[in-house]
Ligand binder design. Structure first.
Ligand code: NAP
Length: 283
């Protein structure tokens, strides 16, 4: 079974649009998401455009602020502080990666926890690991929604996550653990990776290497979630971290790239923006 993140996200966005349509009467306005884009990296431009389009579908007000590659760290931080103070703004997202002269850590820490729709702020991360209410990072949150929508039982399963980044590998491992999976986190220094991945009942791959996971690394009936977004060096087309053609016949469930995890990430960004808005409205 191929799980379409595209279809699920379309359905969830339609439900959110219905919810947001009731907000002007209840709260006097709709949620407002501000996206800051530094420079003109084509991948970042396309992600920001996708976020603006999704906002339009859901009925969220979206403001995209573009800054040149040469913007200083101080300028960017003072813009964020200004947006933190702005009562009409519910969510702030700075598109990553940033130019080398700007500290991503400082940028993330400067966004107020209440407006951190990406769920990257250290206080949100700490809250996630302590099972406290928080904004959960969009990609991991979307992965759990995909698994549940596909009817996958997570509890009691052996899950292997390849990748230990702050934005995908670590938070998705914690969410799987919270769903009572038994989780192993693999990385570039893991010994005998294929032996480990063959034991997985749920395999989440977030490494950024085209078609890295091949059929011999996966057992029959495995649930495979491919987070990678890469260019296939042979065809130049988008591809995941999993060799889809080889692995799909063995997998019980698998996500395609594109059209799998990616659309769910944007969908969860919309959900996080609504959650931040509602929390601010209830203060
Ligand atoms: P990242 O920060 O570069 O982390 C990559 C992780 O993969 C690291 O933990 C690294 O291990 C591990 N790794 C690299 N090579 C490996 C190997 N040969 N064997 C085992 N582990 C290996 O990447 P990321 O930000 O998590 O993103 C991963 C992929 O997901 C990228 O393709 C990215 O574009 C994609 N992504 C997609 C979405 C979406 O919405 N679809 C969102 C975010 C990211 P070490 O820690 O040992 O270096």
């Amino acid at each position: 079974m191929i799980i379409s993140g595209k279809e699920l996200s379309t359905k969830l966005k339609a439900e959110m649009a219905g919810q947001v349509a009731t907000f002007p009467e209840k709260y006097g306005r709709v949620p407002h998401l501000v996206v800051i884009l530094v420079g003109d990296d084509p991948a970042s431009v396309s992600y920001v455009t996708g976020k603006a389009k999704a906002s339009e579908v859901v009925g969220i007000r979206n403001t995209t602020i573009r800054k040149p590659e040469t913007v200083t760290e101080d300028e960017l931080l003072s813009l964020i502080r200004q947006l933190n103070e702005d009562d009409s703004v519910d969510g702030i997202l700075v598109q990553l990666p940033l130019p080398k002269h700007i500290s991503e850590a400082k940028v993330i820490e400067t966004i107020s926890k209440e407006k951190d729709v990406d769920g990257f702020h250290p206080l949100n991360v700490a809250a996630l690991w302590q099972k406290q209410p928080c904004t959960v990072a969009c990609t991991p949150k979307g992965i759990i929604k995909l698994l549940k929508a596909a009817g996958v039982t997570i509890q009691g399963k052996r899950a292997v996550v390849i990748g230990r980044s702050n934005i995908v590998g670590l938070p998705v491992s914690k969410l799987l653990l919270d769903e009572n999976a038994t989780v192993t986190i693999a990385h570039s220094r893991t010994a005998n990776l294929p032996e480990l991945t063959r034991q997985a009942e749920i395999l989440v791959v977030a490494i950024g290497r085209p078609k890295f996971v091949t059929a011999d690394m996966v057992s029959e009936g495995t649930v495979v979630i491919d987070v990678g977004v890469n260019r296939d060096p042979q065809t130049g087309k988008l591809c995941g971290d999993v060799d889809f053609a080889g692995v799909e016949p063995k997998a019980a469930v698998i996500t395609p790239v594109p059209g799998g995890v990616g659309p769910m990430t944007i969908c969860c960004l919309m959900e996080n923006t609504i959650e931040c808005f509602l929390r601010r409205m209830s203060r």
